[in-house]
Design a protein around this ligand. Structure first.
Ligand SMILES: Cc1cc2nc3c(=O)[nH]c(=O)nc-3n(C[C@H](O)[C@H](O)[C@H](O)COP(=O)(O)OP(=O)(O)OC[C@H]3O[C@@H](n4cnc5c(N)ncnc54)[C@H](O)[C@@H]3O)c2cc1C
Length: 498
């Protein structure tokens, strides 16, 4: 069938009209996009032939994975560019592993106790102190009153009046446990996950379950203690959606997080004619045709489009429609943090510190935290070497994203020397710098309005779905959950309304 008009897009539109198989485009082959692809694979396996969909995953880069990228340095140290691991408490992650045939034997878990698991806080004096209430008290950082405040939380009941719905993470912890704990636990914790912004991140967007727990049970400490006791005495009666027993803790793989991506990619690529993965194909234009099809890059038509990358990664996306352009421009203003990861490895010395890592307090001028990878995953680092993963920038020093490798290396070595973690010069170490520009979106007071903009875009373009970590949560498991949510929305929309 040849269209009357000469434009290639008209030809594609006309061709697609005569093809009854519905087509789905997924933009981005990070863990959200790949997971979506696999959900459609499952759909195709379990549905009637007439309901099957053809799925094309478009990826701008030459490799899938997005933030998940692992590589081995010549010295045998495995370096992660993005995510270091995922907590085993996130069932969604374990489910995704099972569905691509990964087993507990394929994963490695970070130590959960002992020296290798120690978490530290960097004191203003430049030394590390164990991040535990008693050690903080002994080190003089906290006063007995701070400890008392923590203990009496257990006796607190439900709030008489509901707390302000726009309470920040910092405000919530400050109110319940006092300013000291908000400053020394919550602020560095938020720095480790979001690159900062504990005072801007809204509790209801980051940990909505805490708000619910407080309203239902009052004390969070009491609730946590009872839940821990229940777990200890729980019988194996509890039904789990998982078919295998997984190790506990922060999980990764002997070859790093990339194993998960490769396994998802292989499963997708081996699933026959219905799925395809196209690399080096950035989507720069998304338009609705008069037939209400989605025209991608002016060349191919789809019935549904799932957009998985943060809008601010594609600022120039061409919608043709001015209203939609306006919404997309609005999303570009999302507050974000850039992250710089400097991986340093070398021969172990007396100064090499074991433990999980150290978080940096407010006073830090660019350092967000340090992970001691040699302790977290000894499988990733030869026994005679250390590997520090140093996180920089965030809200501490946003300009660092544009520093040169030399400047970043110099800064990092100075910090590690100052903290007495390293005494080797850069020439005797392996250094790898990774920059993630606008990596993490901040779910602050403007987040609801941004979600509304996404809804309006979807209303303008029926069949367009958004999934990804710019909506809810910033971790790998959140990405997988967002893929599931978007897929479930798609399934619900297929059902005829009652
Ligand atoms: C330094 C760092 C450390 C982290 N540590 C952890 C951790 O320890 N644990 C954890 O759970 N999470 C961690 N995260 C977060 C985690 O990596 C993300 O939640 C997850 O990788 C997000 O996956 P995604 O698929 O949603 O997005 P992305 O990984 O961003 O994937 C989006 C994909 O879309 C592609 N793309 C973008 N625009 C287009 C376009 N126009 N056309 C086609 N393709 C496009 C991109 O190239 C990319 O491949 C970390 C993140 C960073 C940056």
């Amino acid at each position: 069938m040849v269209a009357e008009h000469n434009s290639p897009s008209d030809t594609v539109v006309a061709q697609t009209q005569h093809n009854t198989t519905r087509r789905v485009a997924i933009v981005g082959a990070g863990c959200t996009g790949l997971r979506l692809g696999l959900l459609f694979k499952k759909w195709n396996e379990n549905t009637l032939p007439e309901n099957k969909v053809e799925v094309v995953v478009y990826e701008a880069r030459s490799l899938p994975g997005g933030f998940l990228r692992s590589n081995k340095s010549p010295t045998g140290v495995l370096v992660e560019s993005g995510a270091q691991g995922v907590l085993s408490t996130r069932t969604m992650f374990l489910q995704a592993l099972e569905e691509v045939g990964l087993t507990p034997a394929d994963v490695i878990a970070a130590p959960r106790s002992g020296t290798q698991a120690g978490r530290y806080l960097i004191k203003p004096s430049g030394t590390l102190t164990r991040l535990s209430p008693l050690t903080l008290l002994r080190s003089g950082l906290s006063a007995p009153g701070d400890l008392f405040r923590l203990l009496i939380e257990i006796f607190k009941g439900r709030p008489i009046r509901p707390p302000h719905p726009d309470e920040s993470l910092y405000q919530f912890f400050s109110r319940r446990f006092g300013r000291f704990w908000a400053e020394n636990f919550v602020l560095p914790f938020a720095t480790g996950i979001w690159g900062g912004a504990a005072e801007k991140l809204l509790l209801r967007h980051t940990f909505p379950q805490l708000q619910e727990l407080e309203l239902k049970h009052g004390s969070l400490v009491r609730f946590a203690l009872i839940a821990a006791l229940k777990r200890i005495f729980a019988t194996r009666k509890n039904k789990s959606s998982l078919s295998q027993r997984w190790p506990k803790g922060l999980l990764s793989f002997p070859n790093g997080m990339q194993t998960f991506i490769e396994k998802m990619r292989d499963t997708l690529e081996n699933s026959g004619q219905w799925q395809s993965l196209r690399m080096n194909q950035p989507i720069h234009s998304l338009q609705l045709t008069p037939e209400r099809k989605h025209l991608i890059n002016g060349t191919e038509c789809f019935d549904f489009v799932f957009w998985t990358s943060a809008p601010w990664n594609s600022p120039e996306l061409d919608f043709a429609h001015p209203e939609m352009r306006k919404e997309w421009d609005f999303l570009q203003n999302t507050p974000t943090h850039s992250l710089v990861v400097v991986n340093i490895s070398g021969a172990r010395s007396q100064l090499t510190r074991d433990g999980f890592g150290a978080l940096a307090p407010r006073a830090s001028d660019g350092l967000l935290g340090i992970l001691f990878v040699h302790s977290i995953y000894p499988q990733h680092v030869p026994a005679d070497r250390f590997s520090y993963r140093v996180l920089l920038a965030g809200d501490r020093n946003p300009d660092m994203i544009s520093w040169s490798d030399t400047e970043l290396t110099k800064y990092t070595f100075k910090q590690l020397n100052h903290l007495s973690l390293l005494d080797l010069p850069p020439e005797q170490c392996s250094v790898e710098v990774v920059r993630w520009n606008r990596a993490i979106g901040i779910a602050d007071l403007g987040h609801d309005e941004r979600m509304a903009a996404l809804w309006r875009l979807q209303a303008h373009m029926p069949g367009l779905y958004f999934a990804g970590i710019y909506k809810k949560g910033v971790g790998v498991a959140d990405a997988l959950q967002s893929a599931q949510d978007a897929f479930d929305d798609w399934v619900s929309a297929l059902r005829p309304s009652p």
